[in-house]
Design a protein around this ligand. Sequence first.
Ligand code: SIN
Length: 310
Amino acid sequence: MADISVKLGALELPSPVMAASGTFGFGLEYRDVLDYNKLGAIVTKGVSLKPREGNPMPRIVETPCGMLNSIGLQNPGVESFVGDLLPQVKGLGVPIIVNVFGETVEEYVRVAEMIQSTGAVAGVELNVSCPNVKCGGIHFGANPEMLHEVTKAVREVTDLHLMVKLSPEAAVIEAVSNAAEQAGADSLSAINTIRGMSINIETRKPRIATTTGGLSGPALKPLAVRMVWEASRSVSIPVVGIGGISTAMDAIEFIIAGASAVQVGTANYTNPRACEEIADGIAVYLEERDIPKLSDIVGSVEVYEDYTLK
Ligand code: SIN
């Protein structure tokens, strides 16, 4: 059997396939349909200091090859997460990465401190890329200086694996990638959704109550592969690829571009066993080509010799 385990810094995961934040709740909903042994980790829905009700409905709409969402980071708050949900999620026996959200640097720090103190979590994913909130999220991730500040502040209070989830709306992906690395991130996850819009031409109303929402799904994949390639060339920490991964071949494409592991998001809605099938398919791909381990193909893309634009 090919070895599909991955090392992200000091974090060792049995599989390269993680369930992406926001598409997998807190990990409990898929228990009856999915083999959790095939998951590298569960990345939880974003957790904030106080409970959040989220944005008004409608907040999800299907679009060609994807969907828009504007949930607004609905969650029960960190106290309830730690007290009520985490003990159950821990029982699943899968590494847990908590997606951490704040409106201010102090809020990110306080949530990270509470997560650290549980001793039950493998890592935090810093949500500096949600496009559906008035404060926090993308407002940190689009700006290298602010991204550096929040990452450094969280780094100071946790020795958990620190993954920073990048936004495709950052003007220069290399700049935010470097800022996160220099501030002490252990890995990057790329990419979160990009803002899109869909209009009902009869009512002339946007199909999302907040007018815009984050686009995810296969429509995003070429953009995400390009950004993973760019990010992975500019840092020495591992990059986790996200964006429209629905099949093992999609995942392999990200890995060849430079991803050390992947997250699967929107595909979970159409195929609740997507993560399992993708993990199995990655192993088959390696075995059929006599590639002993997944890390042998990370970043192995063979770009054309003279690929610079004229
Ligand atoms: C949301 O809750 O609106 C989406 C979360 C995200 O994009 O990070």
